[in-house]
Design a protein. Structure first.
Ligand SMILES: Cc1cc2nc3c(=O)[nH]c(=O)nc-3n(C[C@H](O)[C@H](O)[C@H](O)COP(=O)(O)OP(=O)(O)OC[C@H]3O[C@@H](n4cnc5c(N)ncnc54)[C@H](O)[C@@H]3O)c2cc1C
Ligand SMILES: Cc1cc2nc3c(=O)[nH]c(=O)nc-3n(C[C@H](O)[C@H](O)[C@H](O)COP(=O)(O)OP(=O)(O)OC[C@H]3O[C@@H](n4cnc5c(N)ncnc54)[C@H](O)[C@@H]3O)c2cc1C
Ligand code: SF4
Ligand code: SF4
Ligand code: FES
Lengths: 489, 285
């Protein structure tokens, strides 16, 4: 049972508006850049209640519109203030299956919090931190509660990929009474949540907890199963007997720079670097067998969330110097502000307006240096950001022994290429109906990064839920004999 | 858990495993491989499917002990299991009737050659096989290869079996005697495949090599396995493992294989140390 949290009475509005935003307690930067424990340690109950007071309970709350899945933010915050943490979690879970995760990794500063009314006069309500508090409190203090499941429908659905899109889709479908199997290529479920986002930002126990909850709901998870190799989508329908298929295969294909020297030893994709460390636990080598070369001087190319994770991971592995190489400025950096600040505090050397030109290596093939070109900002480009242009004659070398390339990922082609008739856009992403998320093949649905390109956890999760609604409708029609399962061979 | 039905030491430090993996057995085509993670703390390593029996639901792997993971696998037995086996991965070999195919296999490369030779034979090619190793014991799967070949030629570095010398010597003589084949397939250590490619290039003989780069996921997600082929970066796990040997930058492959040498050595020593503490060190010397 959850320990009771005593609620606090609602203060008058003018008083509420005087409370400053509560900072997130965090490990000391000089201690944390040597360990893999979570950086942000979470609100204490008193802090959470005091922060909940700051919400003005707007009648027409803009924050709800800022959240991609439209969480009823004032309602969950009010329940929390009253001490009804369990009720607050139920409220969150009405729209967000993964609040402990989204509360940690959502870019709140550009979603729910940026539009918060309180932000007009000061700092916004810490919505994400409260969301995290509610989910953590319930996880730590109560038993896994299995949501009520509809009676079995006798229909079977295959969910391909176990990232946030697949997990959310599976949960919704199980709740609707369908028999659900998740097929995952890796040996562990969770997608980017386990192989990409590091332990110090998202402890893996939280992902495991969500996966356990799915198991408790009767969802079967089959790892080591690659759609397109171990079985095709066609076979899922006709040999394995599934009635619908959801593709949530993500954006996992690493892009490289296309500059000379890219295949020298010590040049890794962000995916390889993070997978070795997170999924394969190379930070615990040799207790775990997979090695990773920590590097003494590490350059990470790019400045998004993925780059921040690589920089901070390299530092934690013991690199003496960790350098971020980005061709625009701090203002254009696509990383979350909080992550950027954390990285700065942890001693990362940021080289803004710097573009890599070439990677140099020695006779044995090991990386020795990176040639960098200084840039300056020119006219705005199509994205509205000022285009970086090279400063002639400004090339210089930095000595490095490891280069991690974090400039983005494309759609993984294994599932799409092996599914004839599946419409893709020119980038290789699956084209899906914006309402139902059905693809060009009836009965095959898709959502998450494989449709949108690399985006966010909350959007992928929302897409998974949305697709589940589309799938429910499809299954009803299938049962009524109005539609037929597709033949793809 | 993927059950090991049997393990047999077919030559010193070469083990043949029969593993239960019905879905993989059902889909396997020559040239494909699996990624195996032996235990929870293990590494994911690529191994070619040497044989698949769809009816029995099993795959056969032939593993050479070279480091910590493969040594530890050599001590697993029927009744044990691998926590993870995923596949069949990679692009299958393009099997077609060409005429005469010379299969050149060295060391652990003989195992991946077996299904390819069998597939090529089944569609009516004449298969001339050259197998080589340092010494007679290391020329593995001789009977199995003979069963799918029209003729077999053996070489050893020390002359303890067949002709003394390298597989490339045997290949040069075979071509001189019988004329140009329609295809050469070379599988073995990178240096061997490179030597074969250098030999056949000036003769204009189409040659394939199956590359053994370092891998993690085996599904195109990490880029660890990348190689340069014809000046372009390719991923061995999805674009390969077979490529036109005349286009492959073998020097780069050899260098990239040395990426984790210090860590691999440390892991191997640590493992052997542990074995010795448990009083079973003799076997690995
Ligand atoms: C390092 C990193 C940090 C990030 N940080 C943040 C952050 O702070 N906040 C945020 O909101 N977003 C972040 N993102 C983005 C976010 O993680 C993704 O947008 C989200 O995970 C997409 O979810 P998905 O379910 O579509 O795909 P994924 O999470 O990519 O999952 C796809 C799954 O499908 C599996 N798969 C692929 N092909 C097949 C196949 N053929 N057969 C079977 N399985 C297959 C894959 O192995 C994978 O497990 C980050 C991404 C990365 C890489
Ligand atoms: C497509 C493919 C098919 C293969 N098929 C077979 C096979 O049928 N039988 C067989 O015995 N071997 C095969 N190999 C090689 C096998 O994967 C390696 O021998 C094994 O990973 C070594 O692991 P280890 O821990 O025992 O040795 P380590 O100590 O890790 O390494 C020893 C040597 O193996 C190489 N190596 C290390 N890690 C890998 C890796 N992940 N992938 C490839 N090579 C690596 C290194 O260059 C090193 O020199 C294949 C490799 C590939 C890429
Ligand atoms: S899910 Fe994300 S965007 Fe929505 S309320 Fe929570 S933190 Fe804000
Ligand atoms: S906009 Fe801000 S103050 Fe208003 S309801 Fe949302 S969180 Fe509360
Ligand atoms: S092994 Fe990861 S991309 Fe090939």
């Amino acid at each position: 049972m959850a320990e009771p949290i005593n609620g606090v009475p609602e203060l008058p509005k003018p008083e509420r508006m005087k409370i400053p935003r509560h900072p997130m307690p965090a490990q000391d930067p000089h201690a944390r850049n040597r360990n893999f424990d979570e950086v942000a340690t979470g609100y204490a109950p008193e802090t959470a209640l005091a922060e909940a007071q700051r919400c003005l309970q707007c009648a027409n709350p803009p924050c709800v519109k800022g959240c991609p899945v439209g969480i009823d933010i004032p309602a969950f915050i009010d329940l929390l203030r009253q001490g009804d943490v369990a009720g607050a979690l139920v409220k969150l879970k009405e729209t967000n299956t993964l609040p402990a995760i989204c509360g940690r990794v959502c870019p709140q500063e550009e979603q729910c919090e940026v539009v918060c009314v309180v932000a007009k006069r000061g700092e916004p309500v810490a919505i994400g931190r409260l969301e995290r508090f509610v989910a953590d409190w319930e996880r730590e203090h109560s038993q896994v509660s299995v949501p009520e499941l509809a009676s079995p429908t006798g229909m079977k659905v295959a969910v391909v990929g176990s990232g946030p899109a697949g997990l959310a889709c599976a949960a919704e479908l199980a709740r609707a009474g369908h028999a659900v199997t998740i097929f995952e290529a890796l040996h562990k479920p969770g997608g980017v949540l386990v192989y990409g986002i590091p332990q110090f930002r998202l402890p893996k126990e939280i992902v495991t907890y969500e996966i356990d909850a799915l198991h408790a709901m009767g969802v079967e998870i089959r790892g080591d199963f690659v759609i397109g190799k171990t079985a095709t989508v066609h076979e899922l329908f006709w040999e394995f007997g599934y009635d619908a298929v959801f593709l949530g295969t993500g954006a996992g294909l690493p892009y490289f720079l296309g500059i000379p020297g890219e295949n020298y030893i010590g040049v890794l994709s962000a995916n390889e670097f993070l997978t070795r460390v997170n999924l394969m636990k190379a930070y615990d080598f040799p207790r775990h067998d997979t090695p990773v070369r920590p590097g003494r001087r590490v350059a990470v190319v790019g400045s998004g969330n993925v780059a921040m994770d690589c920089l901070r991971t390299a530092k934690r592995l013991g690199a003496e110097e960790v350098i971020c190489v980005y061709r625009r400025t701090r203002n254009e950096s696509p990383a979350r502000k909080e992550e950027l600040e954390h990285a700065e505090e942890e001693g990362i050397d940021f080289r803004w307006l710097s573009a890599p030109l070439a990677i140099r290596g020695n006779a044995e093939g090991f990386v020795t240096a990176m040639q960098i070109q200084r840039m300056e900002l020119g006219e705005p480009d199509a994205s509205g950001r000022r285009r970086p242009v090279p400063v002639p004659g400004s090339e210089y070398d930095i000595a490095v022994d490891t280069v991690v390339v974090a400039i983005g990922q494309g759609p993984n082609p294994l599932a799409t290429r092996s599914t004839p008739g599946l419409a893709l856009n020119r980038h290789g992403n699956i084209v899906a109906d914006p309402e139902t998320l059905q693809t060009s093949i009836p009965g095959v649905f898709a959502g998450g990064d494989i449709v949108t390109g690399a985006a966010t956890v909350i959007l992928a999760m929302g897409a998974g839920k949305q697709a589940a609604r589309g799938i429910n409708t499809w299954l009803e029609k299938l049962k009524a004999g109005e539609v037929e399962k597709p033949r793809l061979e | 858990m993927f059950a090991i039905l049997s393990r047999e030491e077919i030559a010193p430090r070469f083990h043949r495993f029969v593993v239960r993996a019905p879905e993989i057995a059902r889909k396997h085509r020559p040239g494909q491989f699996v990624i195996v993670m032996p235990d929870e703390h293990g590494e994911r390593i690529p191994l070619t499917i040497a044989h698949a029996d769809a009816a029995a639901g099993t795959i056969t792997l032939v593993v050479q002990e070279v480091g910590k993971t493969t040594m530890a696998m050599g001590r697993m037995n029927g009744g044990d299991g691998f926590v993870s086996v995923v596949g069949p991965l990679g692009t299958p070999t393009h099997i077609e009737r060409l005429g005469t195919v010379i299969c050149v296999g060295g060391g652990a490369g003989i195992a991946p050659m077996l299904p390819i030779a069998a597939g090529m034979k089944a569609v009516g090619n004449r298969i001339l096989t050259i197998l080589g190793g340092r010494t007679h014991e290391l020329v593995i799967l001789r009977d199995e290869m003979a069963a799918v070949s029209d003729e077999v030629f053996l070489t050893t570095d020390d002359g303890s079996l067949g002709r003394k010398g390298l597989v490339t010597h045997a290949l040069a003589d075979l071509v001189a005697e019988r004329g140009k084949p329609d295809l050469v397939v070379a599988i073995g250590p990178a240096v061997m495949m490179k030597a074969v490619a250098e030999l056949t290039r000036p003769m204009g003989i189409k040659t394939w090599a199956s590359l053994n780069s370092i891998m993690v996921d085996g599904t195109g997600m990490c880029g660890a396995c990348r190689v340069a082929v014809g000046g372009q970066t390719k991923f061995v796990c999805v674009d390969g493992p077979e490529f036109d040997a005349h286009e492959v930058d073998f020097d780069l492959l050899v260098k990239r294989l040395r990426m984790y040498l210090p860590e691999e050595q440390a892991a191997r020593e640590r493992y052997l140390e542990q074995c010795r503490c448990h009083g079973e060190g003799g076997h690995h010397g």
